[in-house]
Ligand binder design. Structure first.
Ligand code: F6P
Length: 400
């Protein structure tokens, strides 16, 4: 049977294991030889025990696990031709000419370049005696298929990426927990969620947890947003809706005594690099933000705006990587299953001339869409965000 290898690359996300499981089992079901490549591209370059044949039972008991059981890595070696030569040799030696890659746009682009370079890599391996002329001919074509694993839901061409739903569950759980302590102390909480350049998690989490305000990278608030935000928060906090008579009274008397009982006051900031908190940055108000220093500024600035203008007792909670760990939701498990199975079918039907595809979710269906077109669109969004062309970014992102 044909040799198919599967690997995960870049940041992990919940549901990757379900995709690995489904791909392996679908492959075995149709008579292919299935391989795991451990540690992403690094394992492909290093070979040896990193590339192992998978059996039906190799993927038992992994569907409920977070992360990726076959490991993931960022790989410098694969960026060099020397690294890709080694990788090609390792694959040819095992008769692998099909790759299933689960990762973000960078990992998918890498796979596509590898495919385009494949015949020249094999020619060099043959001419230097590292593989036989027979093998060069026998394994002349490399087919690839992609799946997108990312909690950010930041890939163009799919309704959802693998991991987003689980991350949302984790965020909502945290919001509910924070909400209880916010209620008890009448505090305002600013929650920072992940998402890099994509505000999907922030937006949807804000809706689902009754946030009073949300700051999104795609929709920078206009000048004077601080006043608008404070007015809104003041209103939310003084609304006598909580039912506790003491709070009602306080709220009616003065807005300076906030009542946060209606689920607490949350401001969500889809920001990164929270570990770099430094007091020096607090008072530089800048928006929109592109690099981490400025993102940090916005988060802390939002907190200081709330404290200075409203006098609310305010805390900042950074959720960080708990959003990426833990058990995948049912949705992500099913999504991984659907996509993994479809990925293998795409490889089986591929010809040397077939354009590489990425498996996407369209409504309730796993479908194949052209890989490079989606990658290019995704990268155009990133560029538009960098250029602060928010409207273009949102237009380009379309579905996701
Ligand atoms: O892309 C996934 C993601 O979790 C982003 O939401 C976040 O900005 C980034 O990765 C964090 O990267 P790292 O895991 O390298 O700290």
């Amino acid at each position: 049977g044909m040799g198919i290898a599967i690997f995960t690359s870049g940041g992990d996300s919940q549901g990757m294991n379900a995709a690995v499981r489904a791909a392996v089992r679908m492959g075995l079901y149709v008579g292919a030889r299935m391989y795991f490549i451990r540690e992403g591209y690094q394992g492909m370059v290093d070979g040896g025990d990193n590339i192992v044949e998978a059996e039906w039972s190799s993927v038992s008991g992994i569907i409920h696990k977070g992360g990726t059981v076959i490991g993931s890595a960022r790989c410098k070696d694969f960026r060099e031709r020397a690294g890709r030569l080694k990788a090609a040799k390792n694959l040819v030696e095992r008769g692998i000419t099909n790759l299933v890659v689960i990762g973000g746009d960078g990992s998918l682009t890498g796979a596509n370049c590898f495919r385009q370079e494949w015949s020249s890599l094999l020619a060099e391996l043959a001419s230097t005696g590292q593989i036989s002329a027979d093998d060069q001919q026998k394994y002349a074509h490399l087919n690839i298929v992609g799946m997108v694993g990312s909690i950010d839901n930041d890939f163009c061409g799919t309704d959802m990426t693998i991991g987003t739903d689980s991350a949302l569950h984790r965020i909502i759980e945290a919001c509910d927990a924070i909400s209880a302590t916010a209620y008890s102390h009448q505090r305002c909480f600013i929650m920072e969620v992940m998402g890099r350049h994509c505000g999907y998690l922030a937006l949807v989490a804000a809706l689902a947890s009754e946030a009073s305000w949300v700051l999104l990278p795609e929709e920078p608030p206009p000048a004077g947003w601080q006043t608008t935000m404070c007015d809104k928060l003041r209103m939310a906090s003084s609304a006598p809706r909580c039912g506790r008579p003491d709070h009602r009274q306080a709220a009616e008397q003065t807005t300076a005594l906030p009542c946060h009982c209606t689920g607490g006051l949350f401001i969500y900031l889809p920001l990164v690099a929270a570990e770099c908190v430094e007091a020096d940055y607090v008072f530089i108000p800048e928006w929109p933000v592109v690099n981490w220093e400025k993102k940090l500024v916005v988060k802390l600035h939002a907190a200081s705006v709330v404290v200075d203008n409203l006098g609310f007792d305010t805390r900042v909670t950074v959720l960080g990587h708990v959003q990426r760990g833990g058990s995948p939701s049912a949705f992500d498990r099913i999504l991984g299953c659907r996509m993994g199975a479809e990925a293998v079918l795409a490889l089986i039907e591929a010809t040397p001339d077939t354009e590489a595809s990425v498996i996407s979710l369209d409504g309730n269906q796993a479908v194949r869409v052209p890989l490079m077109a989606c990658v290019k669109k995704t990268q155009a969004v990133a560029k538009a965000m960098e250029d602060k062309n928010w409207q273009l970014a949102v237009e380009l992102r379309g579905r996701s």
